[in-house]
Design a protein around this ligand. Structure first.
Ligand code: PXG
Length: 291
């Protein structure tokens, strides 16, 4: 099998040649940002939205991305072509770059940009039919006043600690609460509940990622005639919901059928979730930058 081709700082190189310095501040301090993007049937799904979110994050952390948005899009198209992928996953990372052993980013002359295009392992197919169990992590999502979760930064340690809790509980995903105990999101997915045919999801200001799949699903749900309300809710509302589902680039739309051993609704993937998953799948066939 030929080696995967990686984009690194202006070049397309085999994976074994894609090396980043140990002095890179992305590695030393988590000083950087990333995106996870999907491609479906030779199209980069929500390409503009991902590039816009990356550049917004760069602005917030005062990081100069040494490419324009158009060049970034061209690079994404090229990396998919070079790896002969039609469907898969793109990881795009921009770090502060190579500096020295001090915190100050002034020593980092140029940002490091790299991009990996690969296959993706989703949750097992059966879970898309039957739903999945999750647990609440004791690890809280970081407060928006500290490192705003809207920033898709390389600081994912609190999410990783929550994922470890999920692993220990024998499930694949963990719910994270805000510092005040309000439902926030999962380690790599946004969360929705349905009660009496109304769809609820936490608002961005509680401290969550402004998920691109979340926004897509909100729009699709409204087009299907559902009322979608962005509103704070607690574990009580989650445990007593009729349905619950998660959204994310990797996860797409997946039903949650138990939370902390409380069965949600009838304990099966509910009708609304099923319709939204279907609508989402249809949407992936039409949206995207072709390559
Ligand atoms: N919340 C968090 C904390 C995330 O990291 C989402 C929500 C969903 O956002 P999008 O924009 O993708 O709908 C994410 C995205 C992984 C993985 O390997 C996780 C994400 C992206 C790519 C891969 O679990 N997180």
């Amino acid at each position: 099998m030929s080696e995967q081709i990686i984009y690194l700082d202006g070049e397309y190189v085999p994976e074994s040649a894609a090396k980043v310095s140990v002095f890179d501040h992305g590695l030393l301090y988590g000083d950087g940002i990333f995106e996870g993007i999907r491609m479906y049937d030779n199209k980069i799904f929500k390409c503009k939205e991902h590039i816009d979110r990356l550049f917004a994050g760069a602005k917030v952390i005062m990081l100069d991305i040494p490419m324009t948005k158009t060049e970034m899009e061209e690079m994404l198209v090229t990396i998919c072509r070079k790896n002969n992928l039609s469907n898969g996953y793109i990881r795009l990372v921009v770090t502060r770059g190579k500096g020295d052993l001090g915190l100050s980013p002034t020593k980092c002359k140029t940002a490091t940009v790299f991009c990996i295009a690969a296959d993706i392992t989703l949750y097992p197919q059966q879970m898309y039919e039957d739903g999945m169990p999750i647990v609440t992590a004791s690890q809280r999502r970081n407060k928006a006043t500290i490192i705003d979760p809207q920033l898709k930064s390389l600081n994912y340690l609190n999410n990783i600690l929550a994922k470890i809790e999920a692993n220990h509980a024998g499930v694949l995903e963990a719910l994270m609460l805000t510092h005040d105990g309000i439902v926030a999101e999962c380690t790599g997915d946004n969360i929705f509940i349905i009660k009496d045919s109304v769809i609820y999801t936490p608002p961005i200001h509680v401290g969550i990622l402004d998920g691109i799949t979340r926004n897509t699903v909100i729009k699709l749900a409204r087009e299907l005639g559902y009322t979608v309300v962005e509103k704070e809710f607690t574990q009580y509302n989650l445990y007593t919901a009729d349905e619950c589902f998660l959204t994310g680039t990797a996860a797409e739309v997946i039903a949650v059928t138990s939370v902390d051993k409380r069965v949600i609704g009838n304990g099966i993937c509910g009708d609304v979730t099923r319709k939204l998953l279907q609508a989402f799948k249809e949407h992936t066939k039409v949206d995207g930058v072709p390559f």
